[in-house]
Design a protein around this ligand. Structure first.
Ligand SMILES: Nc1ncnc2c1ncn2[C@@H]1O[C@H](COP(=O)(O)OP(=O)(O)O)[C@@H](O)[C@H]1O
Ligand SMILES: N[C@@H](CCOP(=O)(O)O)C(=O)O
Length: 321
């Protein structure tokens, strides 16, 4: 459960009094997510999500995330809409944390996505990329190749406690990817964390995308690589090429990949696997005392990384020739 910061009913009621969204009837901390503290808040006017932004979210980036959700929603993407306080402000402060209220999206996330979900997700990802084309703000991806080594410093001394020779594997990957990371690919707004828990479905149709707090400006194909990692592997770490084919075909039905993007896909997928291995490893070794959070397994991404190292071309992921 991700609740790092506890808030009382009284604090939430006071916060809500700044908005025109009714009065508090109930709330609870949400049992998913690992980054921020989230509360489902019921008021006399409906359901809302209250988010208190935690460690990895820099205050100065919040206008980018808020502006992006507004922009994408205006272009027809189903995503949470930030709610303005009576003053017009989209961001406030609660329990010493930056805080915002966003609309509640109906739907459920799927624990075991099928090829049908993957196809829907691929289309949704392309829709997000197309809707983001004219978003005027930029945010560098702090968790791209140049950010991985500094991130790793938070775990380096202890990584072999998690798996034998893990530090050697990571060092080797870092060196390899840093010396040959793709350049010049089509770039724009990416979600950067579009895992199954951040996509909602109703009757197997994608009904919404949430959690834009890693969104940034980066290669569009990197976002595809993140999704291949998070949607198309089975629990035994085998790659399901049927799911990969469905995801890529869904994506390409709206935005075909260029030849350069297709050629870069194996490297991007490898980088994406390393990125999630590293954040998970750091989190695994540094659970804040008293926090209600279940850290995610870093070794899941070590196994995925091993798969990517053996890939020859994007065809291995299911990209149509
Ligand atoms: N707008 C929303 N509508 C409905 N549920 C939401 C919404 N935002 C978050 N949630 C719920 O809260 C959980 C955690 O949110 P998420 O943004 O993924 O947290 P984190 O920032 O910690 O990764 C989600 O898995 C979902 O169940
Ligand atoms: N998707 C990341 C963790 C952060 O995302 P959340 O949406 O699950 O909080 C991972 O799986 O490592």
């Amino acid at each position: 459960m991700a609740v790092y910061t506890d808030v009382s009913a009284g604090q939430i009621a006071e916060f809500l009094s700044l908005y025109d969204i009714g009065t508090l009837t109930s709330f609870h901390g949400i049992a998913e997510g690992v980054e921020n503290s989230n509360f489902l808040v019921q008021t006399t006017a409906g359901s809302y999500i209250l988010t208190l932004y935690e460690k990895r979210v820099a205050r100065e980036d919040l206008p980018f995330f808020i502006g992006l959700m507004q922009h994408l929603a205006k272009r027809g993407l189903s995503c949470p809409l930030p709610v303005a306080a009576r003053s017009g402000a989209m961001l406030g402060e609660l329990a010493g944390r930056p805080a915002a209220i966003v609309t509640f999206l109906p739907g459920v996330s799927v624990r075991r996505p099928t090829a049908v979900h993957c196809a829907e997700l691929g289309r949704g990802l392309a829709q997000l990329h197309l809707a983001g084309r004219d978003f005027p703000m930029r945010r560098a991806n702090a968790l791209s190749v140049s950010g991985w080594r500094p991130l790793y410093r938070g775990a380096r001394g202890r990584s072999d406690e998690v798996a034998p020779r893990l530090s050697a594997t990571i060092e080797e990957e870092l060196g390899d990817l840093e010396s040959d990371w793709p350049t010049g690919l089509p770039a724009g707004v990416i979600h950067a964390d579009l895992f199954p828990d951040n996509a909602f479905f109703l009757d197997d149709a994608l009904s919404g995308i949430i959690d834009f707090y890693f969104a940034c400006t980066d290669f569009l194909a990197y976002d595809v690589a993140v999704c291949l990692n998070s949607w198309c592997f089975e629990p035994d770490a085998s790659y399901n090429v049927t799911k990969g084919r469905a995801l890529l075909a869904g994506y390409e039905s709206l935005r075909p990949l260029t030849a350069e993007e297709a050629a870069a896909l194996p490297r991007l997928a490898r980088g994406a696997a390393l990125r999630f291995l590293l954040t998970r490893l750091v989190d695994w070794l540094n659970v804040p005392e008293g926090a209600l959070v279940r850290p995610k397994d870093p070794l899941e991404y070590l196994r995925k990384l091993r798969f990517h190292r053996a890939v020859d071309s994007a065809r291995d992921y299911g990209l149509a020739p």
